[in-house]
Write a protein that binds this ligand. Structure first.
Ligand SMILES: *Cc1c(COP(=O)(O)O)cnc(C)c1O
Length: 467
């Protein structure tokens, strides 16, 4: 067939748009939107025809085109951001949204967000209130701080603190703490943005109190400690603790700032893991301002939580950047919900997803792996499934060396290479993100939830993953 004749077989856009088969699609997504998709698909067909070798047959099928238009229209009108199943064993996986938020907190917060709320309204006086007021007292009660607030994330918290308290002056930081956290958060760069001048003290592996003493001068506006979240210097090391720095700072009337990074409220050594620096301890030891992420070990919404001495927090609240970095009502509402949970550690570790994944006993993970294996074996998939011991990680730059004992389900399938299998899992309606090694893929069951095991199996079946 001659190419011009093939082109002529194609329907025109208008007739397609009027096709009764596309009627429901037009009704659902709107005329303009479907028209655009039709033109897009017709263009695709035309370029397919164009690249066809001369005299090649081309069978046009109207029903197939209509099916493609329907699918594309549906895809274009569906949200792209969606739930995934995390089989990587990395609990705070930054690429997978870091801390999942307990559904209960969102449900409880929904009313305040979907209606008008007292976000910045004092119900007692009828006057303007503060958006932090709802959770400030809770934060203070839990940590012993005098005052608290929150901004967009911890990087902005650091920027704000330094801008408000140290602009134009020097800030002392140990050379062992000039870290890059990932995602381009580098302590020296943030410092520069804030207008504060970095004064490095000590060496990479060792910093002594005298190093700080010597560097303190007329123009010193603050001393800052940064938790080296994502790496450890081991061996011949020495750093100066908050207890030693606090009197040095207060003697000169300057703030001691501590960027805790993750900032845990719960001592994980009670659960057989390494203890992360606790927020309440940093305050107790004399840090004047402490900041940490809301969506790392705290297990809440993305935020940078700042707390400490009232004098400093008041100054920070009044800084113009505060307005630019402020949290929204979703965050404020969810933050309060999560903090209420922290009033009781036992329920907190059960209900806050991040804490539950971290502290769940190994046996619980094992029984989840057993359940998944049992469900998989019932289906007679042409694949091999096994349980193996594995290690889960904190991730998100927390406790880099900590390995949390876990169990994984390994999957091997004849001649489907692991990378292809991984790709298929990622393209399921609820994508499953596995850990991929050279000869198999693994689903670490510490980050796969109990109610996801059945979903995984039904998806594997419906998606013909092993065929
Ligand atoms: C993670 C981290 C940050 C950045 O926090 P975000 O909430 O991701 O902005 C800053 N400082 C330290 C020490 C961190 O660990």
């Amino acid at each position: 067939m001659n190419k011009n004749m093939i082109y002529r077989c194609l329907p025109d856009g208008k007739s397609l748009l009027e096709d009764p088969l596309l009627c429901p699609v037009v009704e659902k997504y709107g005329r303009e939107s479907v028209k655009e998709v039709i033109h897009l698909e017709l263009d695709k067909l035309r370029s397919q025809i164009k690249s066809l070798p001369e005299e090649e047959e081309f069978l046009f099928c109207r029903d197939e085109l209509i099916r493609t238009v329907t699918e594309t229209a549906e895809k274009r009108n569906s949200p792209r951001m969606k739930m995934v199943i995390n089989g990587t064993g990395t609990i705070l996986h930054t690429n997978l949204g870091r801390a999942p938020i307990g559904e209960k907190y969102l449900t409880n917060a929904a009313k305040a967000v979907t209606h008008y709320s007292n976000l910045e309204f004092d119900l007692e006086t009828g006057k303007r209130g503060e958006r932090y007021s709802h959770f400030e007292e809770l934060l203070c009660r839990i940590t012993g701080a005098e005052a608290a607030m929150a901004v967009n994330n911890n990087a902005s918290a650091v920027l704000l603190i330094l801008s408000a308290l140290a602009k134009g002056g020097e800030v002392l930081v140990s050379r062992g703490e000039l870290v890059e956290i990932g995602g381009k958060f580098r302590v020296p760069d943030v410092m520069e943005q804030s207008g504060a001048i970095l004064r490095e003290v000590g060496t990479t592996n060792k910093t002594h109190p005298e190093d700080y003493e010597r560097a303190l001068g007329e123009n010193t506006k603050a001393i800052m400690k940064v938790h080296t979240s994502n790496y450890r210097i081991l061996g011949f090391t020495c750093s100066v603790e908050v207890e030693e720095l606090a009197p040095m700072a207060s003697k000169r009337g300057i703030p001691l700032i501590e960027d805790l990074g993750s900032g845990a409220f719960i001592d994980f050594s009670r659960y057989g893991l390494t203890k992360e620096p606790l927020v309440q301890e940093a305050i107790k030891k004399g840090a004047d301002i402490v900041c940490f992420s809301g969506d790392k070990l705290f297990g809440g919404p993305q935020a940078g939580i700042l707390l400490g001495k009232k004098e400093y927090i008041t100054k920070i609240k009044a800084h113009p950047l505060t307005r630019a970095l402020r949290i929204d009502k979703f965050t404020a509402a969810v933050m309060e919900q999560v903090l209420l949970e922290y009033l009781n550690e036992d329920t907190a570790i059960q209900n806050i997803p991040v804490l539950h994944m971290i502290t769940a006993p190994k046996e619980e993970i094992k029984s989840r792996a057993d359940k998944l294996i049992m469900l998989l074996k019932q289906k007679n998939f042409p694949a091999k499934f096994q349980i193996t011991e594995s290690y889960a990680q904190f991730g998100g730059g927390s406790l880099p060396l900590e390995q949390i004992p876990s169990y994984a389900v390994t999957i091997r399938c004849g001649n489907i290479p692991p990378s292809l299998l991984g790709k298929r899992l990622r393209s399921l309606p609820v994508p499953v993100i596995p850990r991929i090694t050279e000869d198999r893929i693994l689903l670490d069951m510490r980050t796969v939830w109990e109610d996801q095991t059945e979903l995984i199996v039904s998806e594997l079946e419906a998606g013909h993953v092993f065929e």
